[in-house]
Write a protein that binds this ligand. Structure first.
Ligand code: COA
Ligand code: MG
Length: 294
């Protein structure tokens, strides 16, 4: 299942126009930060926000979460300047919004290649338009092409709701099928995938329920809008003590001498196959309990 990456359980949006919020970044416990130049920044503030990012990155702290910059769409009046500024900041990834078709990814890659961007600069894309939903399989294919840089899908649920007219309910029943499809496509392409934001940042109980659900759906993490949401996201997307105990039991069962070389065994009245061992090892690795083999 691909390489081990840094976890992306709690990924916080920080408007690049908000000086106080930016100043907090190095002290937050989130796994990643998305500096936003797009929808959180008013048109009159776009240029100043870009400059603020340049300054922050020039004095980039030693210890920081994974750093991503969300630019405006390339076809917008700010797109090109945003991309050049973002590239100069040298973040870990650039997040492209309003992606519709594979063409958008080709255009982005062409522009980055022209500016001699380093190979390790990754691309994240928002899945937030009806067209992106319909093109999910083709978009995910880029995950198999190293040159395309694609590393992560980010659900843009507010935009999807706006574009489709679907009713937003607390249990997200009408958008859940789209979210599940995003997870499926991401896995097909070997990509990470992050759930959309919860707007109601004062209701942490509802937020945690949404995180637990997203984790059960297979998301790697959740995008956040407020620091108060970090803790619950870290907790919900980390393997639970029960899941760790279960995985350790599976590992121990296959390690028994009498089970050496067996493809399928029984444990407490349940069938366990080698694929369950692989699944258990992956979970234990995520929990920092990898078996170190020489
Ligand atoms: N990142 C870092 N710090 C943040 C933050 C964020 N996303 N959101 C709030 N804070 C800080 C505030 O600056 C404030 O700092 P202070 O104590 O030094 O004044 C503190 O946390 C408490 O903030 P609070 O008063 O509870 O919220 P607010 O009214 O200042 O801001 C929002 C509320 C929603 C406007 C703000 O959280 C925000 O802009 N979130 C991100 C929105 C975004 O990026 N949207 C685009 C993607 S969906
Ligand atoms: Mg959006």
């Amino acid at each position: 299942m691909g390489r081990m990456r840094n976890p992306r359980r709690a990924v916080l949006y920080v408007p690049a126009s908000n000086e106080k919020a930016i100043a907090k970044v190095s002290s937050l416990a989130c796994d990643a930060v998305i500096f936003d130049l797009e929808d959180a920044v008013a048109p009159a503030e776009k240029v100043a926000a870009r400059e603020r990012l340049r300054k922050w990155f020039a004095a980039r702290p030693q210890k920081a979460p994974e750093l991503i910059i969300r630019v405006n769409p390339l076809a917008s009046e700010w797109g090109t300047e945003d991309l050049l500024a973002a590239r100069a900041c040298a973040p870990d990834a650039i997040l492209l919004p309003k992606v519709n078709t594979p063409r958008d990814i080709h255009d982005f890659d062409d522009m980055l290649d022209e500016s001699d961007a380093p190979e390790n600069l990754k691309l994240w894309i928002m899945i937030e338009t009806p067209k992106a939903m319909l093109n999910l399989g083709a978009l995910a294919e880029f995950g198999r092409d190293r040159a395309a840089r694609l590393d992560c899908f980010v659900a843009g649920t507010n935009d999807l709701i706006k574009e489709t007219g679907v009713l937003a309910t607390p249990d997200r029943r009408y958008i859940a099928p789209w979210l599940a499809h995003m997870v499926l496509a991401a896995r097909a392409g070997g990509l990470d995938v992050l759930d959309g934001v919860s707007n109601d940042f004062r209701d942490l109980d509802a937020f945690e329920r949404e995180c637990v659900e997203a984790s059960a759906m297979g998301f790697d993490g959740k995008t956040l809008i407020h620091p108060s949401q970090i803790e619950a996201a870290l907790r919900s997307f980390s393997p639970s003590p029960e899941a760790i105990g279960e995985a350790e039991a599976v590992r121990a069962a296959f390690a028994l001498p009498e089970n050496a070389g067996k493809g399928v065994i029984s444990m407490d009245g349940r069938m366990i196959e080698r694929l369950h061992l692989a699944q258990a090892e992956r979970l234990l690795a995520r929990a920092g309990k990898s078996e170190t083999k020489a």
